[in-house]
Write a protein that binds this ligand. Structure first.
Ligand SMILES: Nc1ncnc2c1ncn2[C@@H]1O[C@H](COP(=O)(O)OP(=O)(O)OP(=O)(O)O)[C@@H](O)[C@H]1O
Ligand SMILES: [Mg+2]
Length: 290
């Protein structure tokens, strides 16, 4: 139950993982956002980062994405220490990040958003619209997204579909590691399921996926490794074999704190409705002793 690196099983003993953070720390002025955090992400694997609000999840991915610089520890890409000056640097090493508030232009067609900033042009400078339409359609189809019409404004797609377009786009432009910041947070059960399916697709296509989420029920089915953050520190870093869904949920939910609170309320209100509710919640989460 420490932040120690998980032993790796690999064909070649010296093959370094695509992304490796070791003992990374980051402060914003006097706020310590991260301290002594380690994680690995490798091709064909999904590494999940779980934690409550303010746990340091976004800080961690901003470091991986090249948006922020860590101030202690090391960041390696394929065994080589890196210090990215910008997300563009990270991108040239194949590390692509999909942020929760996707930078899309809602009124523009899906294909236009797919190629935004990387438009395909013909030799005389005009946009090759046909190519972009066809490519968008086939790349989405490749990931199992069957869009009726790539000319529809991206704003008409559901949140889940938009996340999927962003994932397909990163894959198309050569991402080798895909960082997803809470892609399922704002979605209902069905849409979240759609996004989780594409996370699995990306893994099957050989990408290293780092999946940030609050939700252990989203993380567990798709994850190979789980890093749980709490107030900037690692609460545990486990492979799937080492941890059950219930244990992950209890760790994540601050199960111990919830149980403590239930007991306190119980004592104060001697079995009031709120305490009962909390006790039931703790029991549902598998953290109550009764
Ligand atoms: N730019 C910043 N300047 C100052 N403090 C920051 C900055 N960014 C984050 N923090 C602080 O660092 C800590 C970790 O924040 P972070 O955004 O990484 O958490 P998080 O796990 O992503 O939370 P959430 O689930 O709410 O997105 C918090 O205490 C936050 O207030
Ligand atoms: Mg965040």
């Amino acid at each position: 139950m420490t932040g120690a690196a998980v032993p790796r099983e690999q064909g070649s003993p010296d093959a370094a993982p695509l992304v490796r953070l070791t003992d990374v720390g980051k402060s914003y002025g006097s706020v310590i956002a991260l301290r002594g955090v380690s994680l690995e992400a490798d091709a064909g694997e999904v590494t999940c980062v779980l934690g409550d609000n303010g746990a340091g999840k976004s800080t961690l991915i901003k470091i991986i994405a090249g948006l922020h610089r860590h101030d202690s520890g090391t960041y390696e890409v394929q065994g080589e220490e890196v210090a990215f000056a910008s997300p563009r640097d990270a991108l040239t090493r194949g590390i692509a990040t999909v942020y929760q508030d996707l930078a899309v232009v809602p009124l523009m067609p899906v294909w236009r958003n797919f190629f935004l900033g990387s438009e395909k042009r013909k030799s005389f400078g005009r946009m090759d619209i046909d190519f972009m339409r066809r490519t968008t359609h086939s790349e989405l189809a490749e990931m199992g997204i069957d869009l009726r019409d790539v000319d529809q404004p991206i704003g008409t797609l559901s949140g889940g579909e938009r996340q999927c377009v962003a994932i397909a786009r990163a894959v198309h432009f050569g991402a080798r590691a895909l960082i997803l910041d809470e892609p399922t947070a704002a979605l209902g059960v069905k849409q979240a399921g759609v996004v989780l399916r594409y996370i699995v697709q990306a893994r099957e296509r050989g990408l290293a996926v780092v999946f940030i989420t609050h939700n252990p029920h989203h993380a567990y089915p798709v994850g190979d490794r789980f890093l749980i953050l709490n107030r900037g520190r690692s609460l545990g870093y486990h492979t799937k074999e080492e941890i059950t869904r219930e244990e992950l949920t209890a760790l994540m939910a601050g199960g111990a704190e919830l149980e403590q609170l239930a007991h306190e309320l119980d004592a104060a209100a001697s079995g009031g409705a709120v305490a009962k509710e909390l006790a039931r919640e703790a029991k549902d989460l598998g953290v109550a002793d009764s």
